[in-house]
Design a protein around this ligand. Sequence first.
Ligand code: NDP
Length: 489
Amino acid sequence: MADLDIPTARQLVDGDWTPAADGGELPVLDPATREPIQSVARAREVDVDHAVAAARRAAPGWAATSPSERGAILSRWAALIGEHVEELAAYEARDVGKPRSGGRLNMYITQGIVDYFAGAADKLTGVTLPTRTPDYFGYTRPEPYGVCAVIIPWNVPAVLTAANVAPALAAGNTVVLKPSEVAPLSPFALAELGRRAGLPPGVLNVVTGLGPEAGVALTGHADIDHISFVGSTVTGRSVMRAAAQHLVPVKLELGGKSPNVVFADADLDAAIPAIIASITENAGQNCYAGSRLLVEESIRAEVVERVAAGMAAVRTGPWDQDLDMGPLVSQAQYERVRGFLAEAPAAGARLVVGGEPATAAFDDGWYVAPTVFDQVDSDMRLVREEIFGPVLAVQGFRGVDEAVAMMNDTDFGLLACIWTTDVSRALRVAGLVRAGQVAVNQFHDAGVIGFPFNMQKESGFSRGGGYAALREYTQEKAVAVRLLDRPSA
Ligand code: NDP
């Protein structure tokens, strides 16, 4: 990894790897061993001030750069990501605890996102407006906000860095990024590659620190023009309150409790592996994780048996063994998930498989076995709350109306997956479910380029993902002109 070494106890501000002003640092732990991998700077308010000031100084120059030039720099950035996939994947896999191949897949997605916005940078246009007479001319022009604060969690840090930073930069903003100190290494490595690709000093700054210190300082900063927050619904509420202090726009991508809904005519050979992947990928620590399984009663026993068999076969181990699933990311996450596991049987749920740490051989890490609970009631915490672990709650339904009612019986509205071979039913249910994204006969959005990462209800409000993300990072100016110089004829 020599080519992409991240300096100890540093952060990237104004183009330089700098220590925190007070020299503070935070350890980054390996979830498979609970041992430190390295340390990063512990940014506090003064460090956030420096980063915001650097971004502010860089903002006019970056906004004045031609969109094509911005696109060219992003394009070089994407190419460098492609050249460093293995190092980046190793950083993220070890940091988060995901298998190496999962890290690698994340890096290809990351590269694709940066490439997408590289190409989009010079396609951002306004419109000309109709006028009442030829004496007038009206148009809109998209303009960058200025300095964007981007705060992301630890579960897919590289993808979330790209998904927020790339459109912000493409649109002409500068950025102060605060990754989670739990998993900051792939964002740091990406930012270093951005620097090598030609991002001028101050255009992309990365500060690491605790949420209540660096996060609060950033979202409450008076010189920020836009806030993007990805994280839990609870923290999202605080971020929105902070944005209100200075009346800056805020984009929130929050938690989820996504259902896989399986009708009796579903292709189970396609559905079962996808259902298992949806809750074991990244050890269930995805906002879109398929944590609820709703099954038509007539096939419920068969589906539960097949899903349970698949979950029991999931191979668990540290990132470099590259099996199917790794440990949870942290002690806090481990204790939270174990809390759900302990509570569910007492609440009346039937444990079908899992429930205990994967195997004694992995006692050193924060491992939890893939777990299925059946006979779950809608009012149980298992169904109502985001667990963020490999824990699946199964409920039965009879007919479309009950399925839709159960799908919508949640505070969240991120993703819903519909499994049926009846296209009319699929489209009807897709129209009725209150979720920002719907997948039919697949889990998530595979195969569709630029799929908007939309949210509804308490999952937030965002139009990220595809081209819409570029709009998210621009404000629109409307211009009305009266033409005084009329042709003499
Ligand atoms: P948190 O909300 O705890 O933290 C997210 C980020 O916010 C971290 O960088 C955190 O720093 C920081 N933070 C914490 N408190 C504050 C604060 N008061 N002000 C500003 N920043 C703060 O989420 P997790 O890290 O636990 O991540 C898991 C959550 O993220 C899940 O709910 C998941 O669904 C959601 N998520 C949503 C996605 C989406 O697109 N909808 C995608 C991925 C995840 P620190 O780490 O130091 O606490």
